[in-house]
Design a protein around this ligand. Structure first.
Ligand SMILES: [Zn+2]
Length: 426
């Protein structure tokens, strides 16, 4: 690392660009917003051609305050949430890029704004306020990202601590089918697939009281386990969408036939490798079938898991590193995306992520060491930033979107972040 120059570790913005919102105490949700969110969600869900279903388990007589954790697959998760929890008021934790879409209404609704994958002590205070003072529901999507392969992402240990600290019941809302309806990688083409959710009280206040943080985390991990492709097969959900494979190469970026990375592509119902020419069909049941020779992985999450193992081995053997000059856009507040120009990003096991650049007359250096970053927010063709593939590095008071030019690199970066975190903390 270059230690010979002085770098600012925080961006200095020109006048007129304010930092905002982190640490702001959420408002008590007004009745009309609770009702409005319910009505709007019901109206949207009534348009879902394949229908929706919400099953409640151990929820009889349960009134707020409680903590609700849900898995995250797409925007419709919110409609299911407000439909499922009405008439209770729910304060939802949302990232800056979500807040950016409807800042005024989200602030009024008592949403809590945070930068992803940071240690946010203000969030702990906001949670206490919602539960103890307002007596409402505190809702988090602890994966803090849409699932790439339809299975659960990494869950931070801090969640168990938050539950233990507040001593209220814990509810888990598990969505199924939302991913199948609109896979994260599918470029906004919806499929005909139903939305199903279970809303389950997994721990009573008394159980939370008597358990350790580790025990609570074990319950959370077990209850938040899901696999939407398995759910599709178990429930015989037939998806005939003619472009159902398109975009899948963003997740399945490595060919299992020739091991080449970043040369996969998709068209229609097919996934193929541009290096060795091997081709797979995505069936109407969401399985993969090789058109010639062996089918290495019929279950998509198994392929993703194999890529993860390969990245882990690269890290362990000292072969993994990433460096690229990228366009960077920051988000110091919910209203502004601020172009910072070009910067150089490096990622490796030893140093984690480091961004170096020059903005507004100052050199800056933003670092997120490996040990403290358990996952990475990535976007495929991010519609808020000119359709670029990007990844986001946050600090407690800023977010940096790095727009990569490399083909299908962001999934690998996310896997490398998660595996490097595990290796560094082992
Ligand atoms: Zn190949």
């Amino acid at each position: 690392m270059n230690n010979s120059r002085d770098f600012l570790t925080e961006i200095v913005y020109p006048d007129g660009i304010e930092r905002s919102a982190v640490g702001k105490v959420p408002a008590k949700q007004p009745d009309k917003i609770t009702k409005g969110a319910y009505r709007l969600s019901s109206a949207i869900l009534s348009l879902v051609r394949a229908g929706y279903k919400i099953e409640k388990i151990n929820m009889d007589g349960l009134k707020p305050p409680y903590i609700l954790l849900a898995n995250h697959m797409q925007f419709m998760d919110f409609a299911m949430l407000f439909r499922a929890t009405y008439p209770h008021k729910v304060n939802v934790v949302a990232a800056f890029n979500v807040f950016h879409l409807f800042p005024k209404i989200m602030e009024k609704a008592g949403c809590i704004c945070t930068h992803k994958f940071t240690t946010d002590t203000a969030l702990v205070r906001s949670c206490k306020k919602v539960l103890k003072e307002y007596g409402d529901v505190f809702c988090m999507y602890p994966e803090a990202r849409y699932t790439p392969d339809g299975t659960q992402s990494v869950l931070p240990d801090a969640i168990g601590k938050l539950v233990k600290k507040n001593g209220v019941p814990l509810v888990v809302m598990l969505n199924h089918g939302n991913y199948l309806n609109l896979p994260f990688w599918a470029d906004y083409t919806y499929r005909k697939s139903p939305f199903n959710a279970t809303v389950k009280q997994v721990l009573t206040a008394e159980q939370v009281e008597s358990m350790t943080v580790d025990e609570i985390n074990a319950v959370i991990r077990e209850e938040m386990t899901y696999d939407d492709f398995k759910w599709q097969k178990d429930n015989n959900i037939i998806i005939k969408h003619k472009k159902r494979a398109e975009g899948l190469h963003k997740v399945l970026y490595q060919c299992p036939a020739c091991n080449t990375e970043h040369k996969m592509n998709t068209k229609g119902i097919h996934l193929f490798c541009e290096e060795c020419g091997k081709k797979w069909e995505m069936t109407t049941l969401g399985e993969l079938k090789a058109l010639n020779g062996e089918t290495e992985f019929s279950h998509i999450p198994d392929w993703y898991k194999w890529e993860r193992e390969n990245v882990r081995n690269e890290l362990l053997q000292g072969k993994y590193s990433y460096k690229e000059e990228v366009e960077i856009v920051s988000q110091p507040n919910v209203n502004d995306y601020v172009p910072l120009g070009k910067g150089v990003v490096t990622h490796d096991l030893e140093n984690g992520f480091v961004i170096e650049g020059h903005y507004n007359g100052h050199d800056y250096r933003i670092a997120r060491p490996t040990k403290g970053l358990y996952s990475l927010h990535i976007e495929y063709g991010f519609n808020q930033l000119e359709g670029a593939d990007c990844f986001e590095i946050s600090t407690t008071n800023d977010s940096f979107y790095c727009m990569t030019k490399k083909k299908d690199i962001v999934t690998k970066l996310a896997l490398a972040t998660e595996e490097a975190f595990k290796i560094a903390n082992e």
